[in-house]
Ligand binder design. Structure first.
Ligand SMILES: NC(=O)C1=CN([C@@H]2O[C@H](COP(=O)(O)OP(=O)(O)OC[C@H]3O[C@@H](n4cnc5c(N)ncnc54)[C@H](O)[C@@H]3O)[C@@H](O)[C@H]2O)C=CC1
Ligand SMILES: O=C(O)[C@@H]1CCC=N1
Length: 270
């Protein structure tokens, strides 16, 4: 049996990618094989997407002709590398795409000798097609592999190519960023509740403010500082709020968060 696309690890990110690839018709369910150890996830993925699901990673490795997509936690990577070490692919050399935080190309290439490897860092908004993915290319890749990775990640949002030395910083910013922004939305809503708004309305106001601001910055290409200045009337409400943000070290907290997440990504790769 041969397939085109093999997914190792059908968790949050694996499913996000899989669902969009199927929805976009980039792969048909019959062309996909997924390996996943959790019985409840196996049943869900099979029912929801009508794809073949197995517990056997080696089956995915042997069957997937075009792409093997690695979406397990970085901590289980060495176990999987050992599991697949003795399997020789005589007739095909699939592109291996890894989204594992921190795991460098040289570890991936050592685990899959001679195979083309692309390291990628997507983020959870990929689930709704608004993801941000950075990719970097391994030594055995060519233009066709680059196009395939661009096609896959374009199905879930925007794609940029960076040098591998920047991948940990990408992880600290756009990979982990959706968590920081979620905390921002939650805290804004809490502020609204503290100021007397009902919870439901506070949540709606907070979310739409973040969404609308991001959309305005995106569409107008305005610098964030310019938009901030436009909102901020002399002696008005906004400057009173900004003054508190500065006092609390809001900018510095975000800068340090990205730096700490970058450092953790570096550690995971050791
Ligand atoms: N969650 C996020 O926002 C992002 C995660 N990543 C990376 O994606 C990878 C997956 O993360 P999530 O999807 O969040 O994790 P997850 O825990 O939701 O998914 C991992 C899946 O792998 C399965 N698994 C565990 N051991 C396995 C094995 N030996 N063989 C095959 N499958 C196995 C688990 O049962 C689980 O379903 C991680 O390496 C993470 O660094 C990258 C970008 C963003
Ligand atoms: O927290 C993590 O390690 C993963 C990588 C980027 C987002 N989530």
């Amino acid at each position: 049996m041969t397939r085109k696309f093999g997914l190792i690890g059908g968790g949050i990110m694996g499913e996000a990618l899989l669902s969009r690839l199927l929805e976009r018709g980039i792969y048909q369910p019959s062309e996909v094989i997924v390996s996943e150890p959790q019985p409840s996830r196996q049943a869900f993925l099979q029912q929801q997407y009508d794809v073949t699901v197995t517990i056997d990673n080696s089956l995915v490795f042997q069957q997937a002709q075009e792409v093997i997509f690695l979406a397990v936690k970085p901590q289980v990577f060495s176990a999987i590398a050992q599991e697949l070490a003795d399997i020789v692919l005589a007739e095909h050399s699939p592109l291996v795409i890894s989204i594992l935080a921190g795991v460098p190309l040289h570890h991936l290439e050592a685990a899959f000798p001679g195979l083309p490897v692309i390291r990628a860092m997507p983020n959870t908004p990929a689930t709704v097609g608004a993801g941000m993915t950075a990719i970097c290319l391994g030594a055995y890749t060519n233009a066709k592999h680059q196009q395939k990775a661009a096609e896959i990640f374009s199905a879930v949002g925007e794609v940029v190519e960076v040098s591998e030395s920047l991948m940990d910083a990408v992880t600290g910013l756009s990979g982990s960023g959706p968590a920081y922004v979620s905390i921002l939305v939650e805290a804004l809503a809490d502020g609204g509740v503290a100021a007397g708004l009902p919870r439901g309305i506070a949540n709606q106001l907070a979310l739409q403010t973040v969404l609308g601001t991001a959309q305005l910055l995106h569409e107008s290409k305005m610098h964030p500082a310019e938009l901030k200045d436009r909102v901020t009337s002399p002696g008005g409400t906004t400057i009173a709020g900004i003054s508190q943000l500065e006092k609390a070290g809001f900018r510095s907290a975000l800068i340090e968060a990205v730096k700490a997440a970058t450092a953790r990504s570096q550690e995971l790769g050791k």
